[in-house]
Design a protein around this ligand. Sequence first.
Ligand SMILES: *[C@@H]1O[C@H](CO)[C@@H](O)[C@H](O)[C@H]1NC(C)=O
Ligand SMILES: *[C@@H]1O[C@H](CO)[C@@H](O)[C@H](O)[C@H]1NC(C)=O
Ligand SMILES: *[C@@H]1O[C@H](CO)[C@@H](O)[C@H](O)[C@H]1NC(C)=O
Ligand SMILES: *[C@@H]1O[C@H](CO)[C@@H](O)[C@H](O)[C@H]1NC(C)=O
Ligand SMILES: *[C@@H]1O[C@H](CO)[C@@H](O)[C@H](O)[C@H]1NC(C)=O
Ligand SMILES: *[C@@H]1O[C@H](CO)[C@@H](O)[C@H](O)[C@H]1NC(C)=O
Ligand SMILES: *[C@@H]1O[C@H](CO)[C@@H](O)[C@H](O)[C@H]1NC(C)=O
Length: 756
Amino acid sequence: MQLLVLWFCLCGLALMLATSTDNTTATTTITKATTIAKPGCQTRCGNLIVPYPFGIGLGSGCSIGEWFDITCNTSFYPPKPFLRSFEIYGISDTQLRVHNTMAKKCYNQTGGLVHKNNAWANLLTTPYSFSEVNTFTLIGCDDLALISGSDQRCFTSGCVSLCSKAEDVLKGSCSGIGCCQTSMPKGLKYYFTTISSLKNHTSVWSFDPCSYAFLGELDSFTFRGASDFSDPDFMNRTLAKVPLVLDWVIGNQSCIEAQKSNDFVCESNSYCVDSDSGFGGYRCSCNKGYEGNPFISPGCQDIDECASPDTNTCDKICINTLGSYNCSCPHGYFGDGQKSGRGCIAKNSQFPVIKFSLGMGFGFLSILIGITWLYFSITRRKLIKTREKFFQQNGGLLLKQQVSSNEGGVESTKIFTAGELEKATNNYAEDRIVGQGGYGIVYKGILPDKRVVAIKKSRIMDESQIEQFINEMVILTQVNHRNVVKLMGCCLESEVPLLVYEFVSNGTLSHHIHSRGGISWLSWENRLRIAAESAGALAYLHSAASKPIIHRDVKSANILLDERYTTKISDFGASRLIPLDRAQVTTLVQGTLGYLDPEYFHTSQLTDKSDVYSFGVVLAELLTGKKPLCLERTQEERNLAAYFIMSLRENRLLQILEPRVLREGTLEQLQIVAELVKKCLSLNGEDRPTMKEVAMELEGLRKFTKHPWVNQHDHEETVSLVGENEQSDLYTVQLDISGHLWTILPGQQSVDVPCK
Ligand SMILES: *[C@@H]1O[C@H](CO)[C@@H](O)[C@H](O)[C@H]1NC(C)=O
Ligand SMILES: *[C@@H]1O[C@H](CO)[C@@H](O)[C@H](O)[C@H]1NC(C)=O
Ligand SMILES: *[C@@H]1O[C@H](CO)[C@@H](O)[C@H](O)[C@H]1NC(C)=O
Ligand SMILES: *[C@@H]1O[C@H](CO)[C@@H](O)[C@H](O)[C@H]1NC(C)=O
Ligand SMILES: *[C@@H]1O[C@H](CO)[C@@H](O)[C@H](O)[C@H]1NC(C)=O
Ligand SMILES: *[C@@H]1O[C@H](CO)[C@@H](O)[C@H](O)[C@H]1NC(C)=O
Ligand SMILES: *[C@@H]1O[C@H](CO)[C@@H](O)[C@H](O)[C@H]1NC(C)=O
């Protein structure tokens, strides 16, 4: 019984299909002769159809203007069309293809020139320009060709083609062996080419007596290899095949100017396109769904898409509309009527198939939902387990222990959950990345209480480092200095530990020193202040924190500035704690080239004097405005530290200082700071001053001579070096690590940074 019903159904469907196919294109087809030329004008010259705005006959009035008049020379058979002296090969909506010219030079065996012609063309004062589809090509084995021209500016380009044996020359390849090419800019109006031989072809004459250069359509030319050199017909054959392509426009006004000025020529159902050649002018183009000649009344005509099944996407009924068409389904069918969509499907409310499939569908869906729910709750449970595991592996218990055994200071350390930080960073979205350094990626995060933080996702650590990491964190959270970026907390539940810092908004010192275009606030006074603030913070880390901390990566890129340009030392990723009973520890050498203490580099013995050396480089950077390491500089200037010391020794200090520093600082101040740099950069760590001495010297210098300057009141108080416990302001901040120069890390070397 069921089968019978199904069979009837299928029959009915087939019947419907059969009747409706007749009605597929149920529209009237209007035959329209699209207007090509002006009424009463010739449309054709030989094989070329000439559409308005072009017209045949000089001064015949068939074209839009004298530059569009085409002469048809009937003394050829078939007749040939010309635009002035250019023979025309083709006319399109935007381009004209015309006969080309070619530069040629031929030599005799002893290098004497036996044939020479140059190639050039001038389209200035015409509505034409050379199209960018043209390319400049040189064929030859001992040649240099130049093409000079003018678009808006003067322009010269060219290429060199060399080879020593015919066998080296590759067919079809114009990459400098026997053939070379160079592309052309848009809007070129004039060009001139010359070919020069390097050795008068004497060494290649046996297989290449001539060289050629031309501007022409890239896609029409194929280099046939060494056989082109000896082909006496090469020039005629190529000229016949490779046209010069010209872009044409109407007038020299833009669409908007032309529309205002009454000589606007775009007719109805068309739109205007500005020329991009730089010389003004426009073209007209038919609107979508219209065709015809947009320059000639009555303008573009609607395309009847329903006239042919190839121009529409309807399954059954196609209804043409102005500029488009609608698809629909015959009575008794439903669907979108699109061939590519649902098409037209027969309606049959009696047949239970739909209800049946609906029921099945819902049943299936419920099962699916059930399974999914089960799956997710299981994975969630697993995730929680994994997070717990990571928490332990990352030393969470250790930290908790440390936190509970440590009174005071630590209450500000928050242990964030992985979920909180995922939410804060919008699941580590790429647009939240504010920096990427040697130690990880820094994201901007917004906590639920609207606080903005910087979240650093560290590189994967091995377990042996974890205890140290925890130690460091506990210490760093105790560091409470207005010039040190505040660590707010961490997250240990994820695979790699995450650190949460206060957010600093104004970029790095490196950025401010080296970015182009002069930073007005970076005066001598401000440089001195930043130096003093940084030195103070480092001195505090070295001596005042409960266990000395060596930063290990002091550089201008790790000195951040907040909105009020207050200094914030950051990036303690490499920092190490020095146990109180030892003055130095042996570590894997880490740091940044250009700032790295040479003594530490050689001995691996880390002391607080390594930071002093790096700070000396930062001071030199502040004085000279030069990058610490730049391979583009001459050998002697390459390393700023060495260059600075050398200049000082040769009494050339004033020559290497930044002009602004020289203008604003007194000679005495500059000499004192330069001496300080020299002491910091001493090769022997013992000879360097301590960070505390450096800070005091800089502070003294600031007080000693103080000019009135902006924001002075903001920074007037001295940074006290010992036991500072002032609450750090929670400025909004940005950790911009873009200034990272060549960071040495295990397994990672040299990241290039352009020089100033
Ligand atoms: C189109 O379908 C209608 C009925 O819907 C029918 O009367 C008409 O004859 C059909 N036209 C053609 C060309 O088959
Ligand atoms: C047509 O071409 C021939 C041969 O190039 C030339 O002599 C003649 O002057 C041309 N005629 C016109 C009308 O330009
Ligand atoms: C060939 O080129 C050299 C320079 O490379 C030039 O001095 C010499 O005159 C040229 N020979 C001829 C025949 O032009
Ligand atoms: C090559 O050309 C030069 C200059 O045109 C001429 O002096 C010389 O005789 C020619 N040599 C030969 C072999 O034709
Ligand atoms: C190339 O064409 C020119 C004129 O168009 C003709 O004089 C010359 O003989 C042709 N050269 C060859 C090698 O066919
Ligand atoms: C634009 O063209 C008109 C005439 O075609 C000419 O008088 C005028 O100088 C041109 N303007 C510019 C800027 O070339
Ligand atoms: C074509 O379809 C659009 C939207 O589906 C509708 O607004 C319009 O009236 C239809 N035109 C004709 C001629 O059926």
